[in-house]
Design a protein around this ligand. Structure first.
Ligand SMILES: CC(C)(COP(=O)(O)OP(=O)(O)OC[C@H]1O[C@@H](n2cnc3c(N)ncnc32)[C@H](O)[C@@H]1OP(=O)(O)O)[C@@H](O)C(=O)NCCC(=O)NCCS
Length: 406
């Protein structure tokens, strides 16, 4: 079996295999559109070939992802497929191994993916880190409230992408997992309709004085799907700067009540929209949406920033997965003045604080999804109280959130 990056001429076969494997690609147009995105990342797409025939493939989109106060290079892994007759022969594991080696070489220390099955990717070093709440409700359940002077209008998304990006990074919450988007990414993932009708709206607040201009204080991107039986709306993204802007967004959705049966809206788990419902019997599902992997432990820890008060050293005795063996071993992490340095050690002194962990548990702590102390309480980690204090102070728990779908 030959393992190599894909060429443009391989994309037709990769597209056919993706179409065979995933329900999302229900039309030839949708797979053509998807493959045109992959075509821009040929150097990041890997295939396993036998006699020139593609048997398995995957690719990753390069992102800059927020981790605490820094943005780090991350690979968003997608469209992992293998032919049914070639499955369970280790082909995908081999492709993942080659991809992780490439990411490490590019100084891209993090990878994220949306699993079809968590245990499959846990064996390759990934851990559930990004959870979301999926809200399902009918528009009439939203309480009727006056919108005051806020207005909402439909716009051409491409002409306003910079405004949207700015608003998202400023008001979308400082979540670990937030990525930067460029014009092309906004266009292909947020303004283009893959199924249904995509619409982009701006929420504006009028000027306070006569001389001051009005300002954009929110946006809403919806996807309307209609069938003979019913129409549904998915909120692809909504951002608001203040409660008035959120109310304007909700009233807009409420106005769809005679037309739309159900609204589907994914939100970070710390966002509470319940007070806005007249009838709060809405369904909220907790989804373990994305998994995180520390592709290169040293880079992942060194490239992010820490609270300036964080100081001290600990040795992480790490068991790595088979696709990234370089992460195994004893790593001395030293925090000083908001930065960390990491180096491999062979021997331990009696005074060293040591924490034994696998790479998946470390990813959970790193993302902030669970603190080291919380993992000790639930029995997934053992550590002394001094070592715990250091880890808890470095990797502050929070609400990691990955909005993207790839
Ligand atoms: C999921 C999929 C990509 C796996 O491909 P594959 O080539 O069989 O993967 P590998 O052979 O490299 O599997 C690596 C290990 O996982 C195991 N494995 C394979 N499929 C598995 C599954 N569905 N569930 C659990 N383990 C699985 C393999 O047996 C192997 O374990 P082993 O080393 O102990 O034998 C393939 O089944 C597929 O294309 N499915 C349809 C599309 C899909 O769901 N893709 C995933 C999108 S996130």
């Amino acid at each position: 079996m030959e393992i190599r990056t894909m060429k443009k001429s391989d994309l037709e076969a990769y597209g056919d295999l993706c179409r065979y494997c995933f329900r999302d690609f229900d039309t030839p147009q949708s797979i053509d559109r998807y493959m045109s995105i992959v075509a821009e990342q040929l150097g990041h797409s890997w295939g396993a070939f036998k006699d020139g025939v593609l048997h398995a493939g995957l690719w990753y989109q390069p992102f800059e992802m927020r981790v605490g106060g820094s943005f780090l290079p991350m690979g968003g892994v997608a469209a992992v497929v293998s032919r049914p007759e070639s499955r369970s022969q280790g082909l995908v594991r081999e492709l993942m191994t080659r991809m992780h080696q490439q990411m490490r070489g590019e100084k891209r220390p993090l990878a994220v993916l949306q699993p079809f099955k968590n245990s499959f990717y846990a064996a390759m070093g990934y851990a559930d880190s990004f959870f979301v709440h999926e809200h399902l409700f009918e528009p009439h359940q939203i309480a009727r409230r006056p919108v005051g002077s806020y207005t909402i209008r439909e716009v051409n998304g491409q002409a306003h992408w910079e405004t949207l990006e700015h608003l998202r990074l400023r008001c979308g919450g400082n979540y670990t997992g937030m990525v930067r988007r460029d014009a092309g990414y906004w266009e292909s993932r947020y303004f283009t309709s893959w199924k249904g009708l995509r619409s982009v709206y701006l929420v504006e607040r009028p000027p306070e004085g006569r001389r001051r201009p009005g300002s954009v204080v929110g946006f809403l991107i919806t996807n309307l799907s209609q069938s003979n039986e019913r129409a549904d709306v998915r909120v692809a993204q909504a951002i608001w700067e203040d409660p008035g802007a959120l109310n304007a967004i909700l009233q807009f959705i409420r106005n769809l009540r005679d037309q739309v049966k159900e609204v589907r809206w994914f939100l970070p788990v710390d966002v509470d929209i319940f007070p806005h419902f007249e009838d709060p019997k809405i369904k909220v599902l907790l989804w373990p949406k994305m998994m995180l992997k520390l592709v290169d432990l040293k880079g992942a820890i060194e490239q992010r920033s820490y609270h300036p008060d964080c100081g001290g050293a600990v040795v992480l005795d790490v068991t790595a997965d088979a696709t990234s063996p370089w992460n195994s071993g004893k790593w001395r992490v030293n925090w000083d003045a908001g930065t960390a340095t990491v180096r491999k050690v062979q021997r331990l002194t009696t005074r060293t604080l040591v924490i034994k962990t696998d790479i998946q548990t470390l990813a959970v702590i790193y993302s902030g999804h669970r603190s080291a102390s919380a993992l000790v309480r639930q029995g997934s980690l053992k550590a002394s109280s001094s070592a715990l204090a250091l880890l808890d102070g470095a990797f502050l728990p929070g609400v990691p959130c990955m909005e993207e779908w790839f």
